[in-house]
Design a protein around this ligand. Structure first.
Ligand SMILES: [Zn+2]
Length: 389
C-alpha cells in the first residue's frame, strides 16, 4: 500500500509536521510506502517526494491562494500517475490549495483538519472581540472574522470560498483530531467526518525533578499561539521574581519579532530562545510548568498533552480545545489572555506552590495515559483510509 501525504511544508515547523512524521514512522513499520508533496525554497523531485516552489513575495503568495497554477496541477498529477498512491492524505494546504485540490480530484482523498481554515478565512475562527465564532463564518458575521487589512481580507474570503468548493468536490473523508472541530465541520455540511485524536508522542515518563523557577513554551512562533502575550507577561513575572527562567522551543515566521520584543523588554537573561529541538519530552521535564497561551480557537493543544504525559503542570488559555483538556485547578490552570496580568499571576502561583504544581502534573498524567499510543492511532487511521465512507 502507498499513501501520499500532502502538506505545505516538509521541514519541522509545528504540531502538524510533528504528527506527519510520527504517523509516517508507524505506517512505514507496517510496510506502507509514504510519498510526499510539499512546498519549499527550491523545486525538487525524487521517486518518493515532490517539492514545489513556494511563492516568494506577498503578491504571489496571495495570488497563489486564489488562483490555481496549471503547471503545478500538471506536476502533481504526473507525480500521482507515476507513483499511484492508494490513499492521498491532505494536511495543511494554505500555500497552493486550489492546484492541489484540482490535481487530486477523483482519487481516494482524506484530509485531517489541523486548523479552522475550512471554517474561517483567517483560520482562527474568532470574532474581532476575541470570542469564539459559534458557527464558523456566516453572512451575518463575515466582517467580524477580519484580522488583516481589508484588501487582504477580501482576497482571503475569495480564496476561502473557492477552496471550500474545491474541497467539497475533492475530499472524500475528513479526519478530526478533536470533538470540538468535528462538531464545527458537521455544522458546515462536511458530513463524512471521523474523530481521531492525536496520539501520545511518548509513554515513558521520567522521574526527574523539575528545576526551580523554570517554565517552558513549546510550539511554533506565530501570533495565534499567543507567544507575544507570554513575553509581555514575563516582564511582570520577572518584576516580582527575577530568578524566573522561560525556555522557548520552536521556530516560526515571528522569530525575529519575538527576539526583538525580548530585547526591548530587557528579558534577555530571563528568556532563552532555543529554536527547534528533537527531544521535547526531556526539555519539558526540566520545568515546573508548560505554558500554552494560544489566542485562536486552539483546535487541539498538543503542548497541553505533552505537559500531561510528562507529569508537569500546564497553564493554558481558555481558547478552543484547551479548557476541554485542562481541568482548572486540578490538572492545570486556565487564564483569559485578553486580561492583562492574568497569565503572570498564574505563573507566579505555580512557581510559589511547587507541591501544587507537582500534583497537577500527576493528575494530568492520570487523565491522559489512556490516550492512544502512536501504534494504536495508526491502526485506526488505516481503518479510516480503507473505509468506503
Ligand atoms: Zn463568525
Amino acid at each position: 500500500m502507498k499513501v501520499l501525504m500532502i502538506n505545505d511544508h516538509t521541514e519541522r515547523i509545528g504540531g502538524t509536521e510533528k504528527y506527519i512524521e510520527l504517523i509516517t514512522k508507524e505506517l512505514e513499520k507496517k510496510g506502507i510506502t509514504i510519498l510526499k508533496v510539499s512546498y519549499g525554497n527550491k523545486r525538487k523531485e525524487t521517486s518518493e517526494e515532490l517539492i514545489l516552489q513556494e511563492p516568494k513575495n506577498l503578491f504571489t503568495k496571495y495570488y497563489r491562494k486564489s488562483f490555481s497554477s496549471k503547471k503545478n496541477i500538471l506536476r502533481i498529477k504526473k507525480f500521482i500517475e507515476k507513483t499511484s498512491p492508494d490513499v492521498i492524505h491532505i494536511h495543511n494546504i494554505n500555500i497552493d490549495p486550489l492546484s492541489i485540490l484540482r490535481a487530486v480530484r477523483g482519487k481516494n482523498v482524506v484530509q485531517t483538519t489541523h486548523d479552522y481554515s475550512l471554517l474561517c478565512p483567517e483560520s482562527w475562527n474568532t470574532h474581532s472581540n476575541m470570542e469564539e465564532c459559534p458557527t464558523g463564518i456566516k453572512i451575518k458575521c463575515w466582517t467580524k472574522h477580519r484580522r488583516s487589512k481589508w484588501p487582504f481580507y477580501l482576497v482571503s474570503i475569495y480564496s476561502f470560498i473557492k477552496k471550500r468548493k474545491e474541497t467539497r468536490t475533492a475530499v472524500k473523508k475528513f479526519i478530526c483530531p478533536s470533538f470540538t472541530i468535528k462538531k464545527y465541520m458537521e455544522k458546515n455540511r462536511y458530513e463524512k467526518t471521523h474523530l481521531l485524536p492525536y496520539p501520545l508522542t511518548n509513554k515513558k515518563t521520567g522521574k526527574k525533578n523539575p528545576g526551580k523557577n523554570r517554565i517552558i513554551y513549546i510550539g511554533s512562533l506565530e501570533e495565534h499561539k499567543g507567544i507575544i502575550i507570554l513575553i509581555n507577561e514575563m516582564a511582570e513575572v520577572t518584576n516580582k521574581n527575577p530568578d524566573v527562567k522561560l525556555t522557548i522551543i520552536g521556530t516560526g515566521t515571528k522569530y525575529n519579532l519575538v527576539k526583538k520584543r525580548i530585547e526591548k523588554l530587557g528579558l534577555d537573561q530571563a528568556i532563552t530562545l532555543k529554536g527547534y529541538t528533537e527531544n521535547t519530552d526531556e526539555e519539558i521535564r526540566k520545568n515546573v510548568a508548560v505554558i500554552a497561551p494560544s489566542i485562536w480557537m486552539e483546535q487541539y493543544g498538543l503542548a497541553v498533552m505533552e505537559a500531561m504525559i510528562n507529569k508537569r503542570a500546564v497553564i493554558g488559555s481558555n481558547k478552543g480545545n484547551i479548557p476541554k483538556l485542562i481541568e482548572n485547578g486540578k490538572t492545570g490552570l486556565l487564564f483569559i489572555p485578553e486580561k492583562k496580568g492574568e497569565l503572570a499571576k498564574k505563573i507566579m502561583y505555580v512557581l510559589n506552590n511547587p507541591d501544587r504544581a507537582i500534583n497537577m502534573g500527576l493528575e494530568g498524567y492520570r487523565k491522559i495515559k489512556y490516550h492512544d499510543t502512536a501504534k494504536k492511532h495508526t491502526k485506526k487511521l488505516l481503518e479510516i483510509y480503507l473505509k468506503e465512507k
